[in-house]
Design a protein around this ligand. Structure first.
Ligand code: CP
Length: 332
């Protein structure tokens, strides 16, 4: 694996999920793989799970980890090329990324969208500029449009909690929130679920349609109760409008998943990526329910990060071996 920014960076998502579950049963099997390798984690936005689980995963593989809250602790970065830097930005990403790449073997970055300019956000400008200039593999820790480590975790959690022979019915259900949130978790969940062996239904109010690039293969159902019927897993998540970009069109009906609506499901596993606003997005009784998978998802973040880093380290080590062989051949 070279980079990890989308499901399309993975050759075989099902194999990666199984490999993560193997790591979960034996987390220190590759504790020397990352020896003398450094992971740099760059945050432009807050994080609890991603920051700590990725750090833990790297350490379990024997890596060193450096972390920087780049929005607060570094110089103000200029992300655009061909700019005369006589304004508020102090350092160009071209220079900063090259420096980071010289200190780190792998770089992770969290870079949320502005939610004001769809074109810029969906071009993934920040992620792309880092990848262009750092010259080392990059892991997305949640970008403007996708959160692949979260979706891999969600896929691992579904696989781990599904024993029946038929395909599970998985429902992504829009939830209310007090502010505008990115579409990244929902886009990414749809992207991953449509690549593995599940039936995905997405339910949301009119006006909250996601970008169709990510939802191909899913059923879209505007009637939440109809969507929840016989669901085996329900993933609850808020997102802002994609079409009326970053806006939160008014929703008069009650879209919060509660015990009454939950009764429509097939005793579904209840999922949320966290952080969650209790009794706004999802009923407290469901978060604390025996069928809640919310804490299991958070635990699995470690093994999602670990399997991704393991695959990247394997690729890096193979490249280093090839280089040594090449030099040895030249010196014969
Ligand atoms: N789910 C998730 O990405 O959590 P954090 O924002 O706390 O990292």
């Amino acid at each position: 694996m070279q980079h990890f920014t989308t499901v399309y960076d993975v050759n075989d998502p099902l194999q990666l999920i199984n490999e993560a579950l193997d790591l979960k049963s034996s987390p220190y099997s590759f504790s020397k793989l990352g020896r003398n390798k450094t992971l740099g984690l760059i945050f432009l936005n807050p994080s609890l799970r991603t920051r700590l689980s990725t750090q833990k995963a790297a350490k379990m593989l024997g890596m060193e980890v450096m972390i920087m809250n780049m929005d607060k602790e570094s110089w103000a970065i200029e992300w655009n090329d061909d700019v005369v830097m006589n304004g508020s930005t102090v350092e160009h990403i071209k220079d900063a990324a090259a420096v980071l790449g010289s200190y780190c073997d792998i770089i992770g970055i969290r870079c949320f969208p502005s939610l004001t300019d769809q074109k810029i956000d969906y071009s993934e400008k920040i992620l792309v500029q880092l990848m262009r200039y750092c010259n080392v593999p990059v892991v997305s820790l949640e970008s403007a449009t996708l959160h692949p480590l979260q979706s891999l975790t969600d896929a691992i959690t579904i696989k781990e909690n599904w024993n029946a022979s038929h395909k599970p019915k998985v429902v992504l259900s829009w939830a209310p929130h007090i502010k505008a949130l990115p579409q990244a978790v929902a886009n990414s969940f749809a992207e991953w679920m449509t690549k593995i062996d599940v039936d995905l239904t997405i339910t949301h109010p009119k006006g909250y349609e996601l970008c169709e690039d990510f939802t191909k293969g899913a059923t879209i159902e505007y009637d939440q109760e109809k969507a929840l019927q016989d669901a085996d897993f329900v993933y609850v998540k808020n997102w802002s409008s994609y079409n009326d970009y970053g806006k939160t069109p008014e929703v008069k009906e009650n879209w919060m998943l509660d015990l009454e609506k939950y009764k429509l499901t097939n005793k579904a596993g209840i999922m949320h990526c966290l952080p969650v606003r209790r009794d706004v997005e999802l009923s407290s009784k469901l978060i604390d329910h025996t069928n809640s998978l919310v804490q299991k998802q958070a635990t699995n973040r470690v093994f999602a990060a670990q399997v991704v880093l393991k695959n990247m380290l394997t690729t890096l080590n193979a490249k280093a071996d090839t280089k040594v062989e090449h030099l040895e051949t030249e010196n014969v």
